[in-house]
Design a protein. Sequence first.
Length: 172
Amino acid sequence: MGHPHYALRMALLLQLRMMLFNAAQNSGEKESVRTKRNGIRVSLGVGEMRVSDPEKGILDGEAVYLAGRGLDGQHTAGKEKVSIKRTLFYASFNQAESRAVSLMLGSIDVLFQKATDIQRTVLYNKLLGKKEKEIAELLGKSTPAINQHGIKSVWNAISDIVNYYEKELYPL
């Protein structure tokens, strides 16, 4: 149905957007408090897809099953205190690939959690393909300041992971 080339980039954009949205909703709190509880759980499943009900837009297939399996065991029902450390999950039928991408997502998870709101905004815009000059104009900051935010948020490592996924694992 589709090609998984942009799936990782889209998942990261979704995660960052939700983190930024939650930060904006809780802007009265200290950033260190907000960081501990923002974001969503995102699971990528790479496999075949089919439309099971075109009128309702219901999709089904291996990818749905695998994505759900990525979240399996993350249930919070019946627990008083919940501590979910990982928010990005990946599954495919290729176990070696699943393990490698899951390890990479674990690293990105840590980087996203440690990033400040401005660093997340820079990461978000860089994932959209914007240049530092464009981001600087958008945020009303200098280009060197945007560069420093990218360095502190370890943009190069995140970019390497996304490029590996898009160019090595799932090239167009």
